[in-house]
Design a protein around this ligand. Structure first.
Ligand SMILES: C[S@@+](CC[C@H](N)C(=O)[O-])C[C@H]1O[C@@H](n2cnc3c(N)ncnc32)[C@H](O)[C@@H]1O
Length: 246
C-alpha cells in the first residue's frame, strides 16, 4: 500500500532537505525583519529553520509550528536551533499562545494544506493571532498554466556532477492539486520523495484573507520587492490586520 504522503515526505527528506531542496534568500530575512518591527514573529512550517535561524540571529523573537519531528530535530541540531520555541502540530490550526506582529509562511508551504477549507482555517487562525497592524506574509508559486494544462509531466529540478533531481507530476485541475514525486538519482541509488500540494491563485488567497478580516498591503514578484506581473512565477504577498476597524 502506498504511504500517506503527509506522513512520509518530511521524514524522508529531513536529512537532505537543506542540501537538495531548501533555498535561502537573504532578502527574505531583510523583509521579514522589517515587518516584525521589533515584535514577535511566527513561522508556519518552520522546518529546519533555513529562514527562522537567520531571522532570530538578527534579534527577532521567532516562534514556529511544524508537524514533522524529523525536520524539527534537524533544526534543533543547528547552532541556536535548540532555543527557538516550536509548537508541534498542524499549522491549519495556528494553535499557539500569544500575539504576533508577523506571521509568515515561505516556499509554497501554505499549499501543503490539502483543502481550501484548511487554507481558509489557516488564514482565520493567523488573523486571530496577529496584533493590530500586524502582517501575514505568504510566499507561493503562481500556477504555470502551460505546464499544468499538459496534465502530467517531468521537470528538471537540479543537476550537478554527482546527482540529478527531477519532478514527475500529475495535475488535478478540479481539486487544484499537484501530485508529484521528486526523484533524485545519484551514485549508489535513487531516492523518491512524494509531494502533494493544493495550489491557490493569488486572487483566491486574497479572498481567504478577506474572509479572515485581513487585507492585501503589498504583493511583489520576489523578496527584493520586484514588481509582480503576468510573467511572475511566484509572489510574496503581505496581508495586514487593520490597526482599527475600517
Ligand atoms: C518545504 S518545508 C519548509 C521548511 C522551512 N520553511 C524552511 O525553509 O526551512 C515545509 C515544512 O512544513 C511542514 N508542514 C507541512 N505541512 C504542515 C502542516 N499541515 N502543519 C505543520 N507543519 C507542516 C513540514 O514538516 C516542513 O517542515
Amino acid at each position: 500500500m502506498e504511504d500517506k504522503v503527509e506522513e512520509t515526505y518530511d521524514r524522508r527528506c529531513a536529512d537532505v532537505y537543506d542540501q537538495w531542496f531548501g533555498y535561502f534568500d537573504e532578502a527574505a530575512v531583510d523583509v521579514l525583519e522589517e515587518l516584525a518591527g521589533g515584535g514577535r514573529a511566527l513561522e508556519l512550517g518552520i522546518g529546519t529553520g533555513l529562514v527562522a535561524l537567520p531571522l532570530a540571529a538578527r534579534g527577532v523573537e521567532v516562534h514556529g509550528i511544524d508537524a514533522s519531528p524529523e525536520m524539527v530535530a534537524a533544526l534543533r541540531a543547528k547552532p541556536g536551533g535548540e532555543r527557538l520555541p516550536v509548537t508541534m502540530g498542524d499549522f491549519a490550526d495556528v494553535n499557539v499562545e500569544g500575539e504576533f506582529l508577523l506571521v509568515y509562511v515561505v516556499y509554497n508551504t501554505l499549499f501543503a494544506l490539502q483543502t481550501q477549507e484548511e487554507q481558509v482555517r489557516c488564514f482565520r487562525g493567523v488573523a486571530a493571532r496577529l496584533a493590530p497592524g500586524g502582517a501575514f506574509v505568504v510566499e507561493a508559486f503562481v500556477p504555470d498554466l502551460a505546464q499544468l494544462s499538459a496534465g502530467r509531466g517531468v521537470r528538471l529540478l537540479h543537476m550537478t556532477d554527482e546527482r540529478v533531481g527531477i519532478r514527475v507530476f500529475e495535475h488535478d485541475p478540479v481539486g487544484q492539486k499537484l501530485r508529484s514525486r521528486h526523484v533524485v538519482f545519484k551514485d549508489g541509488g535513487t531516492r523518491v520523495f512524494p509531494v502533494e500540494v493544493r495550489y491557490a491563485w493569488p486572487s483566491e488567497l486574497d479572498l481567504m484573507a478577506r474572509l479572515a478580516g485581513l487585507r492585501l498591503r503589498a504583493r511583489w514578484g520576489d523578496w527584493r520587492r520586484g514588481a509582480f506581473g503576468a510573467q511572475s512565477e511566484k509572489h510574496v504577498s503581505v496581508y495586514e490586520r487593520p490597526a482599527r476597524a475600517s
